[in-house]
Design a protein around this ligand. Sequence first.
Ligand code: RB5
Length: 146
Amino acid sequence: MKITIGSDHGAVALKDEVKKVLAEFDVEVKDVGTFGTESVDYPDIAEKVCADVVCGDAERGIVLCGTGIGISIAANKIKGIRCALCGDVYSAKMSREHNNANVLAMGGRVLGFGLAGEIVRAWMTTDFAGGRHERRINKIAALENK
Ligand code: RB5
């Protein structure tokens, strides 16, 4: 699986940690930055990560900012993206099982590395359940065209 990851300056350390966790899986990770402490705008990072997901270059994306809020809002403006901001393991599982989330968002100023790692592991190992959830996903897609 190919995963594209990106963060603003508020979550560079978390991005490095998440990449370590992703190394536990059979995944190819593309990091679109940012790489330092210089301030960048999280919508630009969301756009880069989600572009890979939408065009199919990446199956999934991970976006990070200080809270995870701004970058998840930005990601969800992009057609075809279902971005889940997760701060707990249960939500991470459900975001895959029920919502088929193709992008995970987390906050670098919110989560400790231990919890963030467990969130990533849950998100990576949970499959979409389909069934009635497929109908709801399709309704989300329909909202994009209204
Ligand atoms: C950047 O200072 C901060 O606003 C950003 O990382 C994020 O928390 C926004 O939602």
